[in-house]
Design a protein around this ligand. Sequence first.
Ligand SMILES: [Zn+2]
Ligand SMILES: [Zn+2]
Ligand SMILES: [Zn+2]
Length: 325
Amino acid sequence: MSGPAKADLNKAGVESSDFPVLCETCLGPNPYVRMSKQEYGAECKICTRPFTVFKWNPGQGARFKKTEICNTCSRIRNTCQCCILDLEYGLPTQVRDVALGRMSEAPTSDINKQYYAQNLERQIADGSTSSSTLALDSLRSSSAGKEMLKSMARTDPSYKRNRPHICSFFLKGDCTRGKECPFRHEIPPTDTTMAKQNIQDRYYGRNDPVANKILRDHAVEKGLVPPEDKSITTLLLLSLPTAILEPDLRTSLFKALPYIAQTDIKSVVLVEASHCAFINFHTRDKAERAASGLSATGGLDVQGSVGGKKAKIVWGRARAKKTAA
Ligand SMILES: [Zn+2]
Ligand SMILES: [Zn+2]
Ligand SMILES: [Zn+2]
């Protein structure tokens, strides 16, 4: 294949790799799977740089799969290059980041993304940054979060994910290919929010519907059932240390929930006598995110708490409605 010399391509910020970074599910059960490789075959869906695309058949009855993001981008976030799930836990990066209390610094413009990826690529090559410290700052992350990730990890391969997509003609009732059709003839589940996944959101770990569901389910399992009354946007922190001050409480809160901004909180009402505080959010959505985040880390780490005890979290209740006389 003729083309620009490799050195020139590297200067232009092109990514080349010999092996894809894949999770077990995407790879399929056969360890000797044949990969076809196309150098600079497509633009990475994250950094937009051309990258080496790998394509393979992960097993009988599966659809062909290919890498969607470049090797560097996958290493930066420790994800599979194909399904973009976390490599260690098999979970969406949003679940991982919430449980470990970290937020990804996402460059927004395409030029920034390319620059960011190139920069980190150089650091990895130099050995000044290892890909694992890039992906997870494990020293700083909470052990409760890690425990939760371990308990939720989907480490067994789930080859169902490699099945062909559902046939769109079948859904319209006019697929004429019958048994020969390479797509699935099945009625999809009614929950369509799960199908609306966007690769950027999945990668950066924001607004990922699958992650939101996993975190919500986990919060419910921990007894944090969001109240049916959607007007409730208050969380209650219990067993706070004595003599805690509001600024310290706020600091602890924003440290634990990097995806919650000052402006998301309407008010913090500290009730010293009862060692508790009401956190009033502007929106229910943010309150739910905070609740699932805090349940994921096993409560809130509060400055000055005795023996590192965490503050418990519960949902606030609606004010008793005035009953008609
Ligand atoms: Zn990339
Ligand atoms: Zn994968
Ligand atoms: Zn069909």
